[in-house]
Design a protein around this ligand. Sequence first.
Ligand code: PEP
Ligand code: MG
Length: 858
Amino acid sequence: MQHTPRDPKILLITPTADMSADRHGGRAKCLQRLVRMELPLPTTVALSFACVHAIAQGRMPDMDEIMRHFGEAPLLSVRPSSQDPDWGGPGAILNIGMTDLRHARMCDEVGEEAATSLYMRFIQAWAVHVARLDPDSFHIPDHPGAEDLRAALAAYEAEADEPFPQDPSLQLCEVLRSMARAWEGTTARLLRQAKGAPADAGLGLVVQQMALGVGQGECGSGVIQFVDSLTGQPQVTGRYLSQSQGREALKPGAGAIYLTRDHRGPSFEDLCPEAFAELLRMGALCRVKLREEMQIEFTLQEGRLHVLDAVRVQRSSRASVRIAVALAEDGVIPREEAVLRVEPQALSELLHRHVDPSAPRDLIVSGIAASPGAATGRIVFTATAAQASAARGEPCILVRRETTPEDIRGMHAAEGVLTIRGGITSHAAVIGRGLGLPCVVGASDLTIDRKKRQVIAPGGRRLSEGEVITLDGTSGEVLAGEPAMFEAVLDGAFRTLLDWADDFRDIGVRANADTPQDAQTARNFAAQGIGLCRTEHMFFEEGRIGMMREMIFAKDEAARRAVLERLLPMQRADFARLFEIMQGQPVCIRLFDPPLHEFLPSDRAGMRDLADGLAVSLSDVEARVTALTEYNPMLGMRGVRLGITVPEIYEMQARAIFEATVQASREGDPVVPEVMIPLVSAMREVELVKARVDAVAAQVRTQSGVEFDYRLGVMVETPRAALRAADIAQHAAFLSFGTNDLTQMTYGLSRDDAGRFMSTYVKNGVYEEDPFHSLDLDGVGELLRIGAERGRAGRPDVTLSICGEHGGSRSAIEFCRRQGFDYVSCSPFRVPVARLSAAQLALAARGMRDFRVTLPGY
Ligand code: PEP
Ligand code: MG
């Protein structure tokens, strides 16, 4: 290749060099910024993506063009420079240029052991990463001497069939080639694509003069950062390896001393006060100029400080929030940028409920605490069962010997995961943490009795499928039942960040909350009300299920009404409590939805119990259960169909809602309840229910002498309701799309049974994703679009929302924003994530870029 001094693909990093992260990678661009800040960076040359790609194809650059910047017999390092540092890249290779000659010279300058150690480390790196030889043959002893070096060179020659290369230029050339090829390999590509890199993401390389940190006077190397990686609080941390500490210091991990004098023993701060002060100054400068918390890699050579590199401080989710907020509060970045910088998923990791430390614990077994937070649910043993359970709205804990990638959908569906095998890096643990799912692994004292569908704990205690257990993913304990919990509460930086997010977002976020506990969590997370309260869950409570059964068995309307009279005060108290907790925020109460037979026992023993309780014959019970059995209950007599056929149930619920409204409004903020009718498919259904609910409202107003308003709305969860939304909206102040049932009915896909074949379908690309997990924007989305359009045509001021499980996901929020929906409603723990996602989407729509990948210098 012709010598081209101004080859733009090979650039000496100077303040004015024409460089960008898009062409040379984030590291190269960041190094240029350090040069511009006049930080003492050794000579560094950047190779562009195009140059590195050409190298991978076998077209080498002019090596003289690179080498000429480094003077005679240089020692060099090469580091990767991908566009986003999270995309990774091949490991750095140091000490390129070590040869027999150079080694001999260095023995005089820095001592034989130090020189030999450097040479041997280069031989090792070269052998493993460039020549791809077996690493076992290149072990470096603690105090390497001449004999060890000779052995290493001989081992290389024996394995590689050629002597160790002695030409620095050729060494560099081969290092560049191996790094370029490593980037283009299939494994590396798949790994970075999993981190969000595009298929054709480029790699740049930076070649830098080594600043060794060995020699006369105080020499050493270190890293320093100015915040704690775990908490994000300001704190100087890092380590320093002093050569004067002895030759041990040259070994990685040995001889390290603390940077500050807050610890026992010698500190860098005491050893080199001037360099320490200078590093503090540089850190502060980087923070402002690079608008980030950086970790600085440095060496000290004969008292002179060199900055080799600066990278974004590694940080926990908690620290990422704290750092973004602190940067904005200090005026380094605008608030918008702070909001854009935090990954919404990071919040969910921080928002876990935990077991009340003072609550009694019925310990079943202990394992490894693999993912924090506590989760309660019924035991299930397969991913399919977990999906079915979630589709029924029953929280579950997936118990497996160990999980495999096949289980991922089940893990998504479960509240928590318990495994018998595996450690902190096992599949279950890694995925659990990724999902923010409480997880206990390696509970090896448990066994699973597959036949009986039970887990057997130490001492022979057995727990069957369906029994409720609690995982404490923070302590690693597995507990029977549901101990008292403390809800996670946002505070400090989280609250600030979410307050800022609320200033930017343009769609409401409510919570699906059925119990006072859910409502309290929703309130803590600043949900703007309850978007869906599934009232049937209230009837499964102790003491009520019996009454429900009595009602179902009632001979006639009068008998039924008598039982409902007894249920009324309980429902009233339920609603009053929700109103009280929500303090005047809207609360949307869905009238009774499931088929009645769900309240009846399914086995003979249960029926016998019921017969005893009701003082009727077993055959009576059996006959009634048979009479209520439906071939397809999800499409049978449930929701509004029940409301019209057995109207006294809805009447009781309406009365409970309005009486609670009167009571709560007397005691606190005025309440405007929202009453929602489920499973509507025809306008007439709404007319009929509305007439009855209006009548109940009028009665309660008269009886109480208190005026109140309420809003009646419809849950759009059948395709016909979406298609007929214009008619339906005539009688509905709001339409809330129930995308769980709507997905079920749009696909003709049973929520309870789809788990059986879902993974095969996804694996074969039939569905891109499980549509119950990720909203199908094409099909179900089209119905939502049609429903929203027609709903608005029927009633221009109709309130539109979504309340299926999809409500908290980014793609659903994006869709709802675009369609001009008023709010999304999701489970309480997803509320903060939804608030942040909604803000980020609104900012993106305003043209703000995603700062997580476009940060200057990254
Ligand atoms: C729905 O169908 O989307 C919904 C929210 O209701 P449920 O899950 O209770 O059927
Ligand atoms: Mg539904």
